[in-house]
Structure formats: structure tokens, C-alpha cells
Design a protein around this ligand. Sequence first.
Ligand SMILES: CC(C)(COP(=O)(O)OP(=O)(O)OC[C@H]1O[C@@H](n2cnc3c(N)ncnc32)[C@H](O)[C@@H]1OP(=O)(O)O)[C@@H](O)C(=O)NCCC(=O)NCCS
Length: 212
Amino acid sequence: MTTDPWPFHQLVLRTPRLELRPDDDAGLRELNEAALAGVHAPDEMPFYVPWTQAPPDVLGRQTMQFYWRHRAEVGPTGWTLNFLVRLDGTVIGTQGLKATNFAVTREVSSGSWITRRLQGQGFGTEIRAAVLQFAFDHLGADAARSGAFADNPASRAVSRKLGYREDGTNTLERQGSWATEIRLLLRSEDFVRPGWKLEVEGLNPCLELLGI
Ligand SMILES: CC(C)(COP(=O)(O)OP(=O)(O)OC[C@H]1O[C@@H](n2cnc3c(N)ncnc32)[C@H](O)[C@@H]1OP(=O)(O)O)[C@@H](O)C(=O)NCCC(=O)NCCS
């Protein structure tokens, strides 16, 4: 019997409504559709890299390259897992989880988006709560970081609800102007847990690559 050379194929996180799996090429095509359907209002820019401004024919290729790069570089000293979020089998967004030298730092950071049509229904909170449970309860993280522009009330509301505290600011360039980023920090003991427990499948073969 041969073992799967890419153990992340087997990894699944399940929440009450959603399934999160590390990205695969068929799923990325669907993610591209979810992005082209709209992620934010045209006059807003919630992302540090303004990838949503790319012309539609370029956006898909750039998205694939971005995710492939992360996949190619997963290893014990640094990794980004980009989970595709599926609702009833359809990709509706993504939730990333990242760490550098996790074995020593015991810290993760995250970023996410949900296709605009489905925002405001609790999915953003559900996927963040999912990767926080994954990080704290299954990987043994001590802390989780995040960040959002000051003018991103939805992302900041999600962080606040889950117990993150503000941890300073950064001034960043955004489309030729300056913008304030609020840094956010959640210690495992401060996590405001949801009323459900995450189901995780297929983690053991992945642990070595994650530096655990
Ligand atoms: C951030 C994002 C992932 C949240 O997902 P979501 O499914 O909309 O989140 P939820 O429905 O779980 O929660 C959103 C919260 O923001 C609040 N919110 C939304 N817009 C708001 C506004 N203009 N002012 C104040 N609160 C707002 C909602 O009321 C809700 O809080 P509540 O449950 O306490 O009422 C989603 O909005 C998104 O993809 N945005 C575009 C991309 C983005 O900003 N990504 C994060 C980059 S840091």
C-alpha cells in the first residue's frame, strides 16, 4: 500500500454548517467564481494586497499562483494552510491559517473572505472559530494573531466576538494613500468559544510537515 504523498488531501475540518479542506485545484476554480461574484463593495479595499482589482481574466490565474506558492512552501519552519470553505458542497470562500516556526512560537495568524452574497450570516465567525479550535485544541497553539484595516467593521466584529484584543496599529500604504491596520491578538485562554465543537479528520499524517 502506498501512502498519499500530500497528506493534506485527507485533512477536513467540520463545523455545524461548513466543511473546510486545504485547497485543491478543482476547488480553486470554484473559489475563483466566488471571487468574481464579488467579495466587497467596489469603493472598499479590505485586503493588504488589492488582488480583487485584477481584471477578471487575470484574477483567476493570479489566485491559482498565490495558492500554489503557499502549497509548495509548506514545511516545518513555515506554513500557510488555505482552507476552502464549502457550504452544501459549494466553495463560498477561504480561511487561511499561517505559522512560522510553530514548534517554537506556538502562534498562528489568519485571514479570510466569504463571497459577498453570503456575508452577514455568521459564516465568517464560524470559519474563524473553526481554525481557532483547530489551532488551540489540535495543534497546541498558545496565541492567534489577526489584523484588519480600521475601516473594516465586519472583520473587526468577528475578531471582537471571539475574544481578540487590540495589539497596536500599523500604518500601511493602500492604493496610494495611508491606512491604519489594527493588529489583533487572541491568547488561548481568552478564546470566546462557540457553542459547538469542531470535528477534525486526517490530521496525524500532516503533523510532521507542520513542525509538530
Ligand atoms: C470579514 C468577513 C470574512 C466576515 O464574514 P461574515 O460572514 O460577513 O461574518 P459574520 O456574519 O460572521 O459576522 C460579521 C459581523 O460584522 C458585523 N458587521 C458587518 N458590517 C458591519 C458594519 N458596517 N458595522 C458594524 N458591524 C458590522 C455584523 O453585524 C456581524 O456581527 P454580529 O454577528 O455581532 O452582528 C466578510 O465580511 C468578508 O469576506 N469581507 C470581505 C473580505 C475581508 O474583509 N476579509 C478580511 C480581511 S482582514
